[in-house]
Ligand binder design. Structure first.
Ligand SMILES: Nc1ncnc2c1ncn2[C@@H]1O[C@H](COP(=O)(O)OP(=O)(O)OP(=O)(O)O)[C@@H](O)[C@H]1O
Length: 367
């Protein structure tokens, strides 16, 4: 899985660009504010239908322009084309996959598995469980084909149950129906997550061992409700307190990943650089796991790799990327450190973004 062509128009400060990336390593350098992260953002929008920088994709449309249009072509037999267009005057994204306009976001995500590692990566450890759920659900979604349906039904049942809890008087029959739906699909979601987790864990441990050996680090999956009890019992018994709180306090919508170092929350004992390496190990392990179980390669977007990593850890990180034989887009203000890291057989393409005379960012391939 690799991008062989990218065409972006109207994205942030970038002038219209066409890029022919290497199927392996692409290094994008340039001064601050030139548009390196914007380029990664464009690829992220193509593969995920959303930005990692803003909830309002409108903000990514170049000032004064009416829309942004992103296009990518993935290698394969047959090749896969992906198009995303966002008009300033319209909320919805226009999506195209293999020329087809009738596309759901999940199809886009499935077509182009992406992982992002950026200077905010440590937030996966520090931030709310929602980010960690998104992280592991990405993995489950890509390898367990019945997950999406079960997840959607669960989410719908939680929404309806919460709406009923907030009503003054609850219709017991209606509540029982949504609880039954939630218990049924929530257990499926949990089973698939647990299966995924038990297979993913050794891949993560193997990856962490290479990147940053931390024998005391333990990764655990918390399902979101009492382990000993069925979800239907838990929902029934917590109805009164849920009603007081106005939401469903237990269930798969509260699942989390527990990351501990010698029994303490890892985020409270690890340095920033170590946190970035643990998160990198989690994200690289997702790609390795996907490759082993589904024979699919993940594309990596790595923003500002040198930030917070010393030379030795940068080197280990790059070696892992090479072994995985995946495509990566790596940005750095200063490209020289990354230039020396690669094996001669790895196809490395160097790009440079610089300000043109109107202050816009122009992408050029070096050499
Ligand atoms: N909608 C927009 N229209 C035009 N320019 C924009 C828009 N949004 C952001 N910019 C500008 O785009 C530039 C590119 O920012 P970007 O974060 O991509 O740069 P960068 O090369 O990654 O910088 P750094 O090395 O500092 O991280 C910034 O100067 C920013 O002010």
């Amino acid at each position: 899985m690799s991008l062989i062509q990218l065409n972006f128009q109207g994205l942030r400060n970038l002038t219209p660009l066409e890029m022919r990336p290497s199927p392996r390593i692409n290094i994008i350098s340039g001064p601050n504010g030139s548009g390196k992260t914007s380029l990664l953002e464009g690829i992220h929008v193509l593969g995920m239908g959303r930005s990692f920088r803003t909830r309002q994709l409108k903000n990514a449309i170049q000032a004064e322009l009416p829309h942004m249009t992103l296009y990518g072509r993935l290698a394969g037999e047959p090749e896969v084309s992906i198009g995303v267009r966002r008009l300033r005057a319209q909320r919805e994204l226009e999506l195209r996959l293999r020329g087809d306009k009738d596309v759901r976001l999940a199809e886009l995500v499935e077509a182009m598995p992406l992982q992002l590692i950026n200077p905010d990566a440590f937030r996966l450890l520090e931030g709310s469980p929602a980010g960690r759920r998104e992280f592991f659900d990405w993995g489950v979604f890509h390898v367990k084909h019945d997950f999406l349906e079960a997840w959607k039904r669960t989410r719908r049942a939680v929404k309806h149950r919460n709406a009923l809890l907030r009503r003054g008087r609850i219709d017991p029959q209606e509540m029982a129906a949504w609880e039954q739906e939630l218990a049924l699909w929530g257990e499926v979601v949990d089973r698939l997550r647990m299966e995924w987790f038990s297979e993913f864990l050794p891949v993560f441990e193997e990856t962490l061992e290479v990147l940053l050996p931390l024998p005391g680090l333990k990764l655990g999956y918390a399902r979101g409700w009492d382990k000993q009890r069925s979800l239907s019992e838990v929902l029934r018994d917590s109805r009164a307190t849920d009603q007081q709180m106005g939401f469903t306090q237990q269930g798969p919508q509260r699942a989390d990943l527990r990351i501990r170092l010698n029994k303490q929350p890892a985020v409270e004992v690890l340095s920033r650089g170590q946190q970035k390496l643990v998160v990198s190990a989690l994200k690289l392990a997702q790609g390795r796991f996907l490759e082993r179980t589904a024979q699919r390669h993940c594309i990596y977007l790595i923003d500002d790799l040198p930030a917070e990593l010393d030379a030795q850890h940068q080197q280990r990180f790059c070696q892992l990327l090479e072994e995985m034989q995946c495509q990566a887009f790596i940005t750095s203000v200063e490209p020289t450190a990354l230039q020396r890291t690669w094996q001669p057989q790895t196809a490395v393409s160097m790009f440079h973004v610089k300000h043109d005379d109107q202050g816009l960012g122009q992408l050029r391939q070096d050499g």
